[in-house]
Design a protein around this ligand. Structure first.
Ligand SMILES: NC(=O)c1ccc[n+]([C@@H]2O[C@H](COP(=O)([O-])OP(=O)(O)OC[C@H]3O[C@@H](n4cnc5c(N)ncnc54)[C@H](O)[C@@H]3O)[C@@H](O)[C@H]2O)c1
Length: 373
């Protein structure tokens, strides 16, 4: 099936109290009705960043105006980068809604990567105690992960994503043609999150990724759309079962406890190239989680090697960056939201494709694994 003006290449449904669809395919943003059908009221605010807005916001605005000539439409563009996902930018976004005169039936259109999606989603969650957000993800990471599931947040100086809300989108529309302008490094970062779904839920998806690694890295449209749809399917299932992350939705954090520690320890320097970005840190974190699983006797070391080889083929890092001490990383992990009163909690695996939550992991086991390379 190919995408046509009103037909996505793939459609994934998220069920539950706030059910919605995820449409995936090239050219969906140019189809005004596809986006406009989700607008309930007279006001819409496009939120985007300084890289994405010049590429796609004009076209989106044009098509929306064509579909809804009476729509009051405004734009809030923040500078790109994780360091802009702040309370100050969130406040500016709310100011933009106020200037627009947005009423309770307004829609926020989040056009960008995970930074835009998280911040715009949080603004939508808070404006008048909650208005619609339609997620229009433009990075692979946002298409397979952050735009789905309703987690929204901004960062504080003391940590990532510390202030936020659960606010499911009204719809997700992933126009895969936008991936053509995505820097190769950002595409690879998104592939780390794609691999994560195979690692935690489905060994056969890992085999599929191994067979299609070259096409994915090369940006092949149809293969990417298939990988996105399968990834969204896994996420949709777990989000429907556990919308507020009280249970097995936490499996999605495979590699993230280590990854966040690395990102925080490096001061979120990924955007400048002085550190790992989120997806790269998750790639390293997944290998560390697999190694810890093997060292605790839960899993076979051959599975670690398989994961490492796939990530390396996808151009992702698999070892802790030089200069980060095991003690410092452990201290960061103690502050992570994923730690609780019982001590350090990790998502580990029994084998490739089967992850589980493990609480009360001893500090010594973590330190010895980190110290061994
Ligand atoms: N809410 C969730 O469930 C969830 C899940 C995972 C990650 N996240 C969050 O997502 C964020 C990371 O998202 P990200 O990796 O998309 O980062 P990002 O939003 O910073 O985007 C990465 C870079 O790509 C640029 N860009 C985006 N789309 C582009 C395009 N089509 N063409 C050219 N350039 C483009 C951006 O301007 C930016 O410079 C983090 O803040 C993370 O905490 C949230």
């Amino acid at each position: 099936m190919t995408a046509t003006a009103s037909q996505p290449l793939h459609r994934v449904k998220v069920s539950g109290d706030a059910a919605y669809t995820i449409d995936i395919g090239p050219g969906l943003l140019a189809d005004a009705e596809h986006v406009a059908v989700h607008l309930r009221g007279r006001h819409a605010l496009i939120v985007s960043d300084g890289h994405v807005a010049p590429l796609y916001a004009d076209a989106l605005e044009r098509t929306l105006r064509a579909a809804r000539p009476t729509l009051s439409l405004a734009r809030y563009v923040l500078p790109p980068g994780e360091h802009e996902k702040t309370l100050a930018r969130f406040g500016e976004c709310l100011d933009a809604l106020a200037r627009l005169g947005a009423t309770r039936d307004a829609t926020v259109l989040a056009l960008g990567g995970g930074v835009v999606g998280d911040l715009a989603g949080f603004a939508a969650a808070c404006w008048m105690r909650g208005v619609d957000v339609v997620q229009l993800p433009t990075t692979l990471l946002a298409m397979v992960d952050s735009s789905v599931g309703g987690k929204t947040a901004v960062d504080l100086p003391s940590g990532k994503n510390l202030v936020g809300a659960f606010h499911p989108p009204r719809a997700v529309i992933a126009d895969t043609a936008t991936l053509r302008s995505l820097p190769a490094r950002e595409l690879r970062a998104g592939l780390a999150e794609v691999v994560k779904y195979g690692a935690i839920f489905d060994e056969s998806f890992l085999s599929w990724l191994e067979a299609h690694a070259a096409d994915l890295l090369g940006g092949d449209d149809a293969t990417l759309a298939q990988a996105i749809a399968r990834s969204c399917g896994y996420k949709a299932d777990v989000v429907a079962r556990d919308p507020y992350e009280r249970g097995d939705r936490a499996l999605l954090n495979f590699g993230h406890t280590f990854g966040h520690a690395i990102e925080t320890e490096q001061g979120y320097a990924g955007a400048t190239g002085d550190g790992l970005n989120h997806g790269e840190a998750v790639a390293v974190g997944m290998v560390l989680a697999a190694r810890l699983s093997a060292e605790l006797g839960m899993a076979d070391a051959a599975d670690t090697q398989r994961l490492r080889s796939l990530l390396e083929r996808l151009g992702l890092p698999t070892t802790i960056p030089a200069g980060l001490s095991p003690d410092a990383l452990l201290a960061r992990m103690r502050l992570d939201k994923k730690a609780d009163a019982s001590g350090l909690r990790f998502i580990l695996w029994d084998r490739a494709g089967l992850a589980r939550i493990v609480s009360g992991v001893a500090d010594e086991a973590v330190l010895s694994m980190l110290a061994s390379g």
